[in-house]
Each structure stands twice: as C-alpha cells, then as structure tokens.
Design a protein around this ligand. Structure first.
Ligand SMILES: *Cc1c(COP(=O)(O)O)cnc(C)c1O
Length: 459
C-alpha cells in the first residue's frame, strides 16, 4: 500500500478514536468538575505504531538479520506502556537508573535492553554489566571504567561506543546531538578521535558495537540517514583495518520527527526505512545486526491531554480560555512555543467536537505566570466555560514528563480501546497524584526540620 495514503488513513482513524475517547472519559467520570484534567493513551494506536516499526525494518533487512527495536523509555516512562510495547516485540533503551528500574518492572529482559546515558556512575555500569544489558560507552573516561569492570567481571553485555558524526544541527538546537560541540559520544571529526576509536576496538575484542543518535525532533530524515551512513562507514573501516568482523551490530538511535501539525503520520517508518536502505544499502545486507531507539515517533500521536475550561474572559480584546492544562503537562510548548507548537482541539461540555466559526483566542493553563499558554492566538470555535480542550500528539515527552511548578498534580493517565459494542473501555496507567503525595514529595515528613535546627550552643 502507498504509505502516504496509509499515514492519512491512520490519522483519520486515530482522530475518530480520540473523539470517542474524550466523550467516553467524560461519561465515565475520568474527567469532570472535580477532576478537570486527564491524559489518554490510544492503545490501538500504540500497537499499530509498534507493528509499523517492525514491518518497516522487516521489509528492508535480509532475512534472519537480528533487529532489536528498543523504545527510548524517556519518551513515555510508564510501566504499562513499556510492558505493552514489550508484548509488541519492542525492547527498551534506558538512560538512567530510574528508567532501567521501570524497564525491569515492565519485564523487559536484559538482552532486550540498551543502556545509554552521558553520566553513568561506576555502580550503574557494574549493574548493567552484571545483568548483561547492552552498554553504549560515551567517552574515553567511561571506557577506562569499563576496562576495569570487565577485568573483574565476566559480562555478557554487548558493549559499543557512541560516536558523534558531527554532521550538524536540525531546527531545534537543544535536541541536535550531532553538532560540532554536542555533549554526546566521541566527536569523530575532532583531531585524533577517529584513530582513538579504531585503537579502542583493536585493543578490546569485547567491543562489538557502534552507536549514533543524531538527534530528535527537528532533524530531517536525510540528516538522520547521513549520521547512520557515517557510522556504517566507520564500522566498515574498523572491521577492514582489524581484518575481522569485530563490530557485529550498529545501533542507529532514534530521532524520527513527528508532524505536530496534522493527524497523519509523516514521515512513516516505512519511508524512513527505505530512505536508510537507499542511503546505506550495506547496512541491511545481513552482515550487521541492528538496534533502533525510537521514542517520540512511537508514542507522540497516541496521547492526548484533555482539560476543562474553568473560565473564559477577555483581555485587550483577546478572548482567553483558562484551562487546567498548561506548563505542568506541556513545559516545552509553554517555554519554547515556536519550537514546540501543539494543536489544540475544542470539545463541548459533553465531550463532543465543538463546531462554530473560528475565533482567535488564547488557551491558557492553570499556573501562576503570564507565559503559561498552551496555545497563543489560535483559531478555534469560541470556547465557553465548561467546554474542554485537548492538547494533541502529547503521548511522548509531555504529560509523562510532568513539571512540578505550582505543585500542580500529575494528571491520571488512562489507556483506552474500543469496547467491542460501540463504546470505549479505559484502564488506569497512572493514578492522578493526590494532595498527600504532593505534600510527601515536598518533604512533608520533615515539616519541623528547619524550625528545630539550631546552631550548636544556641537554644
Ligand atoms: C532521546 C533518545 C532517543 C529517542 O529519541 P526520539 O527523538 O524520542 O526518537 C534515542 N536514543 C538516545 C540515545 C536518546 O537520547
């Protein structure tokens, strides 16, 4: 099937599922006056997205090529999500002890887990090597640490080196990892760096992988593919110079961008996999195993934040809807709206898509600072008190990366599927945060800590 067409069909079906879920969430009381914000995850969409990823690489790799798709857990660190993806054949890429713990709680096996992080401690490295988890080394000091650990332990972990091909930035500087001065990996074009990498492999037969992650949202697919090509070329050079196929696996990272301006998936995994095959044909001929680390592209379009419009008002002629979704669930959009614009959909009090002439208005959040706007000057049917707004495509890096400003509670997260008889069934993925939890996380157990602390000798 033509996958541009496929992307559009998927998008329309996903939007229809979302509309039904918003309405059902209200009918079933997940949302209401006393629970004015909830996050919804489209389980059907997550399964389809995982299946599309597997199919895309199956279509371009030689039969029998080992391919591990490791979900970048930071994109949606919910145990039930990682577990669902596990069931769909997807492993986990973790970048902190917390993410590793989540992946283990989700039952992802060590052989299906990849540990990347820029600041791994000795204890974290020891644990990863003891478990047999794949580790990508970031820098020479870390490699020296692993040398010490490998001497004292007998690890099954595949170990690789992360390289930075330094091929340049995309449209969002903070997410571009392959710039000349990026903090990630070994900067390949720096003087002596390439030789250092070759020597590192020559001296360590247990180093068998190369890793590159060229960036996230805002990097065009062609630039991602060039990063992969540079990594492949280096692997070929190293194996050629060593006269053996020591590098047996390439980890090509994640980073495929998401279209935040439409329902359709674009680019699709199928398009990206074909682009990779055209750019780096040798990568797919079966000589190398592959690891991928997609995050945003797997989950973004499967998540929606729905919030109640508490009040509407107007200031300086601009209509403003004051809602319960703002910086706590969408910090990137609020602080960097030009890089991270979100689409907002309007629903009425019953959760039906709202119709009516579009009016330019601001959709504000609940936090106490003026910049807390989910969308500024967006054209929507005029919102009224008791309506709802939905922040679309927020399944990755939004409500799962809660920002605790104003001690606003983390919203509940609910997965949904069609219930088979025209309705929608929900399951709790994460409970809404309670006031008791907020107090506890803010040191409630230490309430008297400062009033009872005195300098020695003073009473
Ligand atoms: C964040 C990250 C990813 C995932 O990036 P996405 O843009 O979410 O696909 C993959 N690999 C590494 C090393 C990362 O840091």
């Amino acid at each position: 099937m033509n996958d541009v067409h496929q992307g559009h069909t998927d998008g329309a079906e996903r939007a229809a599922r979302r509309d039904r879920a918003v309405r059902a969430a209200l009918e079933q009381g997940l949302l209401g006056p006393e629970s004015p914000i909830a996050a919804l995850l489209d389980v059907t969409g997550i399964r389809e997205s995982a299946a599309a990823l597997r199919a895309a690489f199956d279509a371009v790799t030689a039969p029998g090529t080992p391919v591990l798709h490791a979900f970048a857990v930071k994109a949606n660190p919910m145990v039930a999500v990682v577990r669902l993806l596990r069931e769909e054949g997807i492993g986990a890429e973790v970048a902190s002890p917390g993410e590793l713990a989540l992946a283990r709680a989700a039952g992802v096996r060590p052989e299906r887990t990849v540990f990347d992080a820029p600041a791994k401690t000795p204890a974290e490295l020891r644990e990863a090597l003891a478990l047999g988890i794949a580790v990508n080394v970031d820098n020479p000091q870390e490699l020296a640490r692993i040398d010490g650990l490998m001497r004292s332990a007998d690890s099954r972990s595949p170990v690789g080196i992360r390289v930075n091909p330094q091929i340049g930035a995309g449209s969002i500087a903070a997410l571009s990892t392959a710039t000349a001065t990026s903090k990630f990996g070994v900067a390949l074009r720096d003087e002596g760096a390439r030789e250092w990498v070759v020597r590192a492999f020559a001296e360590r037969p247990w180093l068998t992988r190369l890793h590159a992650h060229t960036g996230s949202q805002g990097i065009p697919p062609e630039l991602l593919a060039r990063g992969v090509a540079e990594t492949y070329t280096l692997a070929e050079e190293i194996n050629g110079r060593l006269g053996r196929r020591q590098i047996d696996t390439l980890d090509i990272g994640g980073g495929l961008g998401v279209a935040f301006d439409a329902d359709a998936t674009s680019p699709t995994y199928a398009q990206y996999a074909r682009l990779l095959k055209e750019t780096v044909p040798g990568l797919f001929d079966g000589r190398y195993g592959l690891v991928t680390e997609f995050g945003r592209s797997l989950l973004a379009k499967q998540g929606t934040v729905v919030a109640r419009v508490e009040y509407t008002k107007s200031a300086g002629g601009r209509p403003i809807a004051v809602t319960h979704a703002g910086v706590q669930v969408a910090p990137r959009t609020v602080y960097a709206p030009r890089s991270w614009p979100l689409r907002v959909a309007a629903y009425d009090a019953k959760g039906r898509p709202k119709s009516g002439a579009a009016v330019v208005q601001d959709v504000a959040g609940p936090a106490c600072f003026a910049g807390d706007l989910l969308a500024e000057g967006c054209a929507l049917p005029l919102l009224e008190q008791g309506d709802h707004v939905a922040a679309l495509d927020t399944g990755a890096y939004y409500f799962t990366a809660h920002y605790a400003y104003n001690s606003l509670a983390r919203p509940g997260i609910y997965g949904f599927v069609p219930d088979g008889s025209g309705g929608v069934a929900f399951a709790t993925v994460r409970q809404p945060q309670t006031m008791a939890e907020i107090v506890a996380e803010s040191g409630g157990a230490h309430a008297a800590a400062l009033t009872t602390l005195h300098a020695p000798g003073r009473h």
